[in-house]
Design a protein around this ligand. Structure first.
Ligand SMILES: NC(=O)c1ccc[n+]([C@@H]2O[C@H](COP(=O)([O-])OP(=O)(O)OC[C@H]3O[C@@H](n4cnc5c(N)ncnc54)[C@H](O)[C@@H]3O)[C@@H](O)[C@H]2O)c1
Length: 462
């Protein structure tokens, strides 16, 4: 099938590459000309494991353009995957979605086209996008677009860092549409994924036991709500374990053992039960705020989701409080941050706790050293106002540092030369017990091992 993808970010590019892998002809469109230039040269503008590799392998079926006139008219399916960032009041800013819908409407071709919303959008947006497309088409062509297009919602559930895996081996594909013809087109598009009948990339083998992927067909509003409800649930799972972690700390329990003990109950599950600094990234904060904002339009409060957000906000403050308790005075101290990305295996810094912590420490007079395996260039480029001294290696953040904070649980941080790092750091404490302070923001490091290497390991939670 002929597919156009509007918006070539984390979601749009992954979707485009995976659909090309399945054999479809894909045109990826973005208004950011520098991004399209980069992609046209065969370079990948984001860090996502195996994405460059797969892009190269499907290049005969994958094109990049800034032109709606080139991408839209021939397409059987048009995906909209533009950003929907939060406005100051928590509701999503829909200006990119509006622009994309109007441009798509202007360029609709003669064939029946399904316009699929993959961006995370407030409930009711499907109908709004439909009216924008309809108006735009009528304005530019002077006729009504009756029968030429239908709208669908296909929320995205990929995790950055595992985006290709999650797209090819999804837990489910949710498609909302009020048109049965649109549902049929999307069923045909996704058939190789649903039936798992495609040949797998060597670097991403099919998980053992994965048979068919279920497709959940719904109306538009239900598909839109499924996305928000899923993200809010995951966010509150993280906040729940962080709340339990605070109690664990008081009563002398180990929250990682508590999480294991409850998570092995199959009704609960072990995932998203890792206590620590809390969530970040482009979705959970924005989507929980949007859910609360939508509910308030209908006179509803969302007390559980609101509490989850508050617990998460407090987790970031706790880092600075814990550091203060250890060092007493922060002014003039040097603090090393291990990790900047909001989670490992991505370079995404949106709502990353690292940046908030770096700002809070700089405001209190600290010198902040930081390292990240892939996100440092992006941090320099996108956050020039955050006062960070970037280090070439993880070990370098320990140089003359008064304390270290492990912010992102990159696997390679397990094997840093911790003994050398301890030697480079300043020690704190009483004459008899002078130790190097290490705050583990992800409950990631082995406390005994770190203590034997000369660190005092402090957890942010539990
Ligand atoms: N990133 C994730 O992990 C994730 C997961 C699930 C859902 N989502 C949702 O998917 C959507 C996209 O997220 P993302 O992280 O890929 O965003 P992104 O910011 O990485 O990419 C969006 C792209 O859209 C482009 N764009 C903006 N306006 C445009 C227009 N009018 N025409 C063409 N291109 C335009 C931008 O230049 C940008 O490249 C958001 O609604 C987000 O909430 C994201």
């Amino acid at each position: 099938m002929q597919v156009a993808i509007i918006g070539t970010g984390y979601v749009g590019l992954t979707t485009g590459v995976c659909l090309a892998w399945l054999g479809h002809e894909v045109r990826c469109l973005d208004t950011d000309a520098s991004k399209i230039d980069c992609l046209t040269r065969g370079e990948c503008p984001i860090y996502e494991p195996h994405l460059s590799e797969m892009m190269a392998e499907v290049k005969t079926r994958l094109n990049f353009t800034t032109s709606y006139a080139e991408a839209i008219p021939e397409a059987d399916v048009v995906f909209v995957a533009v950003g929907t960032p939060p406005s100051p009041d928590g509701s999503p800013d829909l200006k990119y979605l509006r622009a994309a819908a109007q441009s798509a409407g202007k360029h609709l071709g003669e064939n029946f086209t399904v316009v699929v919303n993959k961006s995370t959008v407030p409930i009711g947006s499907g109908n709004w996008v439909e009216s924008l497309i309809r108006e735009s088409f009528a304005t530019h062509r002077g006729i009504k677009p009756d029968g030429r297009f239908a709208i669908a919602s296909n929320p995205e559930f990929l995790r950055e860092g595992a985006a290709l895996h999650d797209t090819l081996y999804a837990d489910r594909i949710v498609v909302g549409a009020d048109s049965s013809r649109a549902l049929e087109v999307l069923y045909t598009l996704y058939r190789p994924l649903l039936e798992q009948s495609f040949s797998t990339p060597s670097y991403l083998p099919r998980p053992d036991g994965l048979g068919a992927v279920p497709m959940v067909a719904t109306d538009l509003a239900s598909a839109e709500l499924i996305k928000y409800a899923a993200n809010a649930f995951l966010a509150l799972k993280i906040s729940y374990i962080n709340e339990i972690g605070q109690l664990a700390e008081k009563v002398g329990a180990d929250v990682t053992l508590v999480a294991k003990g409850i998570g092995l109950d199959t009704r609960i599950g072990t995932r998203f039960l890792q206590a620590g600094l809390g969530w970040g990234g482009s979705c959970f904060g924005k989507d929980t705020a949007a859910l609360i904002s939508t509910a308030s339009d209908y006179g509803l409060g969302m007390p559980i989701v609101t509490a989850a957000r508050e617990v998460n906000r407090r987790q970031r403050e706790r880092v600075v409080e814990k550091l203060l308790a250890e060092l007493k005075i922060l002014n003039g101290k040097t603090i090393g941050l291990l990790g900047l990305a909001f989670k490992p295996h991505t370079d995404d810094l949106r709502d990353a706790p690292s940046l908030e912590i770096a700002k809070a420490l700089a405001t209190r007079g600290c010198k902040v050293l930081a390292h990240d395996p892939v996100a440092m260039d992006r941090a320099r480029r996108e956050f020039p106002d955050v006062d960070i001294h970037y280090c070439a290696t993880g070990e370098d953040v320990a140089h003359e540092a008064d304390a270290l904070i492990l912010v992102t649980d990159w696997p390679q941080y397990q094997t840093l030369d911790w003994a050398v790092m301890a030697q480079q750091m300043k020690a704190h404490g009483n004459a008899g017990t002078r130790l190097r302070i290490l705050l583990d923001g992800r409950n990631f490091l082995d406390a005994r091992r770190m203590e034997m290497t000369g660190f005092r390991l402090v957890r942010v939670t539990g």
